[in-house]
Design a protein around this ligand. Structure first.
Ligand SMILES: [Zn+2]
Length: 306
């Protein structure tokens, strides 16, 4: 894998300090703006080795439960959207979010860097799915009412480019949604290098709420809502997560009792692991500054007689 030293994607500074080294990859924090990113960075995303069909096995296995989480994303988006129109899912993976959005009346399209599930989704849902790097795929300007980036921006080589692109393809007043690991949240502060989201081959960028807010606002969006993002979860999923951190045997035994003896392993509940953020943002109705009529000055009124 070819790596290349990168300046900060958010502020352009070039003096990051080393935070962690994981599997010989360095994760650094920009000394100027606080953005955390893998540096040196892969020059290209190796789709074949990283995002093959096996990568999505876990999503397929947990699809029923994930769909409840995705329904929550959509409910939040619908609170702010001006109406149900065209929706693009960036990083559509196995298509479960698209399926839910379509069934709720949205006209949906998806894009994913991996071809693994693209044909299957397109056939199953009869919707357009594009395979490729979102930043390089062509979409007509101002053609979507909603663009969702659910757990995808952290995988990208150029998140600023992606947010810029979201701005250009959203209609004025359109809504964007982003969900991503939040390095300023409680869990990463508690567990440090053992944080489950530190996967430097897949996750290239680690935003905090401050760096995400800065990115969205610098690209011209109004931030409508930002907060912690939980998941719909089962005891089995909770057990896997706990094992990753501490292997707390007494607690695991209690969980096993509930999961096996009482057959609650698949019981569903909401859990906030205190490690992800979600944000809803809006493109201004008049975004270019030219279409906003300036208040008329007295001189202007005199000249035009109005
Ligand atoms: Zn920076």
């Amino acid at each position: 894998m070819e790596l290349q030293w990168q300046a900060c994607n958010l502020c352009g500074a070039d003096a990051p300090r080393l935070l962690y080294t994981i599997q010989e990859m360095s994760i650094r924090m920009c000394g100027k703006c606080g953005l955390v990113y893998v540096n040196p960075m892969p020059v290209a995303v190796n789709t074949e080795s990283l995002y093959d069909a096996a990568y999505f096995d876990y999503y397929v296995m947990t699809a029923a439960i994930n769909r409840r989480t995705y329904a929550g994303h959509l409910a939040l988006i619908e609170k702010f959207a001006l109406g149900k129109g065209r929706l693009l899912d960036v990083g559509c993976a196995t298509g479960d979010f698209l399926d839910i959005a379509k069934s709720r009346g949205w006209e949906v399209s998806g894009v994913d860097i991996s071809p693994a599930y693209a044909d299957r989704i397109a056939k199953r849902l009869n919707v357009p799915i594009t395979v490729g790097d979102f930043n390089k795929v062509h979409y007509p300007l101002e053609s979507f009412d909603v663009v969702r980036m659910g757990d995808s921006i952290e995988h990208m080589l150029d998140p600023r480019g992606a947010v810029k692109k979201v701005f250009s393809i959203l209609k004025p007043g359109g809504i964007g949604y982003v969900r991503t690991p939040d390095i300023s949240h409680i869990m990463p502060r508690l567990v440090g290098k053992r944080w489950i989201q530190l996967k430097p081959f897949e996750h290239l960028y680690y935003f905090s709420r401050a760096t995400m807010r800065r990115l969205l606002e610098e690209e011209g969006f109004y931030l409508l809502k930002m907060g912690s993002a939980g998941i719909c979860c089962t005891l089995d999923m909770l057990r896997n997560r706990l094992e990753h951190y501490y292997n707390p045997r007494p607690l695991l035994k209690i969980l096993d009792f509930f999961a096996d003896t009482l057959r609650l392993g698949r019981a569903r509940f909401y859990l906030d692991p205190l490690e992800e953020m979600q944000a809803v943002f809006q493109k201004p109705h008049h975004h270019d500054g030219l279409s906003v009529p300036e208040p008329m000055s007295c001189d202007y009124r005199k000249k035009t007689g109005c």
